[in-house]
Design a protein around this ligand. Structure first.
Ligand SMILES: *Cc1c(COP(=O)(O)O)cnc(C)c1O
Length: 360
């Protein structure tokens, strides 16, 4: 097999050890004679897989027992509706922090259900920074405050957790969950599509304080009601069983690496050396405020954008794949989630230096 490093923003690279294990177990899971894909979700085999995955995630993130952990479908995008449907709880407005493309999508969807107060925005800086907390206009009567700790497209990431007092804090952690330790108790609800840092596309993880669920908008479908999912152990209908299983393998892999502290150490080092390489030369530039540069998604531009196509094609020849930036930002973007080995980042840095030598 060709060795490649896949810098895709999502679906993204998975740990090699996880894929190998999945291959070994693919046709016959633990002597069951069946693939996980073929098992009843209510049978003892899959129930043990599901429970182990939840237990491992709870241990990794130190999730208190008064939080539900839900394994759902519909992507983070469905959460843009599920959050207001479930968390408005009789109120009519919610606060949103606008830090980029994913914040904007969450805001647009929430506007179907409530009055959205954009309490802070970095749009006037083209989303290259986080708005200073001194200027946030939080509404104490808001049902919740929603923010996006890591903007996958713009590459800006909070290095602090907003303080919202009694108002529940909601976070779209799709591209940063499990990248470092997290104080879950600061949040009312955390959600994440799996395809960045958890597993394959098709699974969405929701962590929600149990006292917040149960009082939904009248129009809420059962599939969009956290309480129905919680009461049914995320088996209101057939769950995404294979994705749940693979997520469980990823959680085990993270535990084997030393847990979230170890992940954080490696992630900080990987991001640090990549940004250092970008800053070292005028050939490459990072558009993002240095304080808020993401550990997970590093956009960068070539000073001479007429070289973009050649950069991408030579990178591809070198086995460095999917470095093209999002169409809204241009340039390049290297997504370096947990599963991206440090050797992949080193290979990218070496390639960038070599490309600069030959073209700069
Ligand atoms: C990828 C992503 C989404 C969209 O996820 P889907 O699973 O495609 O709905 C939403 N928010 C963030 C921060 C993302 O990175």
């Amino acid at each position: 097999m060709t060795a490649v490093y896949n810098f895709s923003a999502g679906p993204a690279t998975l740990p090699g050890a996880v894929l190998t294990r999945a291959r070994e177990e693919l046709l016959d899971w633990h002597g069951s004679g069946m693939s996980v894909m073929e098992m009843s979700h209510r049978g003892t085999h899959f129930m043990s897989i599901a429970q182990q995955a939840e237990a491992d995630l709870r241990e990794l993130l130190v999730i208190p027992s008064d939080y539900h952990v839900l394994f759902l479908q519909g992507g983070a995008t469905s959460q843009f509706s599920m959050v207001p449907m479930n968390l408005l709880r009789g109120r009519r407005q919610a606060d949103y922090i606008n830090t980029g493309a994913w914040s904007k999508k969450a805001i647009a969807e929430a506007r179907r259900y409530c009055s959205v107060n954009v309490a802070a925005s970095s749009e006037d800086s083209s989303f290259t920074t986080i708005p200073s907390v001194d200027n946030w206009q939080l509404d104490p009567g808001a049902a919740y405050v929603h923010y996006t700790p890591n903007e996958t497209i713009g590459g800006v990431e909070f290095d602090w957790i907003p303080e919202t007092g009694a108002v529940p804090l909601v976070a779209d952690m799709s591209s940063t969950i499990l990248s470092r330790p997290l104080d879950v108790t600061r949040f009312g609800l955390i959600y994440a599509g799996a395809q960045k840092n958890i597993g394959p596309a098709g699974l969405t993880v929701v962590i929600v304080r149990s006292e917040l669920v149960g009082d939904v908008l009248d129009c809420t479908p059962a599939m969009f009601n956290y309480q129905s999912h919680a009461e049914n152990g995320s088996m209101l209908n057939t769950p995404p069983t294979f994705g749940w299983y693979l997520a469980g393998l990823v959680f085990q892999w993270i535990r084997e690496q030393g847990g979230l502290e170890a992940m954080a150490e490696v992630n900080q080092r990987k991001a640090g050396k990549l940004y250092e390489a970008i800053d070292r030369s005028d050939f490459y530039n990072s558009p993002v405020d240095p304080r808020y540069r993401s550990w997970m998604n590093a956009p960068f531009i070539l000073a001479d954008d007429s070289l973009d196509a050649e950069f991408l094609s030579q990178a591809g020849d070198a086995g460095l794949l999917n470095l093209k930036g999002h169409r809204s930002v241009g340039g390049m973007r290297a997504s370096i989630y947990n599963a991206m080995p440090e050797a992949g980042v080193n290979a990218l840095i070496d390639f960038m230096a070599e490309f600069e030598r030959s073209r700069g």
